[in-house]
Design a protein around this ligand. Structure first.
Ligand SMILES: [Zn+2]
Ligand SMILES: [Zn+2]
Length: 228
């Protein structure tokens, strides 16, 4: 009998999650199977279940801030062991060989596979973290440092990464001023990164955080934020 993973999927634009089982892709030589213990909720998950970005491939299991333990690994996976605590973000595959991958831009790989609402191929759909297990290429799986709890690690795998990368790329540090526009799921993490990097941080948001710039007269600005 074909192996099955079990999760909660949206079946239509209503976005109501109901139990759903699916056949996972075969475990290839460089793949890792993760038994999921934790999964964050990202705005993209909520958009996806309601076809907010584009028509979703229903039934769709979302969740792309995933932490769990390695339960199986392919024969060519050397840097992970069974039982290791690991995380997976928005991508479960990049080829590792194309110009983009070699330049370190795996997210631009033309053959990438996203964690949710995507297909490995015509036969196997990629389903996300509101499930018991997931399979991913080992180059899309990350060790979680023991200092971070699983629940705290989850949002860092999408919201955290999204805000950390531009700060790192622009070499934010002491003596620099950084403005964070919009203090929501991503913005509150950006404030903390930038403050830890030593910058003078200004948070720019609205009274109700509605992301509606028409009421910018109600902008609230917090300066010189310090996080410990
Ligand atoms: Zn996300
Ligand atoms: Zn590639």
């Amino acid at each position: 009998m074909a192996e099955e993973f079990h999760g909660y999927a949206a079946f239509d634009k209503e976005g109501i999650l109901k139990p759903y089982s699916y056949t996972p892709k075969p475990l290839d030589d460089e793949d890792i199977e993760v038994e999921i213990t934790h999964c964050g909720i990202c705005g993209t998950d909520l958009h996806t279940i309601k076809s907010g970005w584009a028509p979703a491939m229903y039934p769709v299991i979302v969740g792309h801030e995933i932490v769990g333990k390695v339960s199986k690994k392919g024969s060519k996976v050397n840097d992970f062991n069974i039982g290791d605590r690991v995380g997976i973000g928005f991508q479960v595959y990049s080829c590792g060989k194309c110009d983009e991958c070699i330049a370190g831009y795996n997210q631009l790989c033309p053959t990438r596979v996203f964690t949710i609402n995507d297909k490995w191929n015509n036969q196997y759909q990629a389903h996300g973290g509101y499930a018991d297990k997931i399979r991913a290429h080992s180059n899309s799986v990350f060790h979680i440092p023991k200092e971070i709890s699983s629940a705290e690690a989850c949002p860092l795998l999408c919201a955290g990464l999204t805000t950390f990368v531009p700060l790192k790329r622009h070499k934010v540090g002491p003596g620099m001023k950084v403005g964070i526009l919009g203090i929501g799921g991503l913005g509150h993490l950006a404030i903390q990164w930038a403050a830890k990097m030593g910058a003078e941080v200004t948070a720019i948001s609205q009274r109700y955080n509605t992301c509606n710039l028409k009421i910018c007269s109600e902008l609230i600005i917090f300066s010189n934020l310090t996080y410990y």
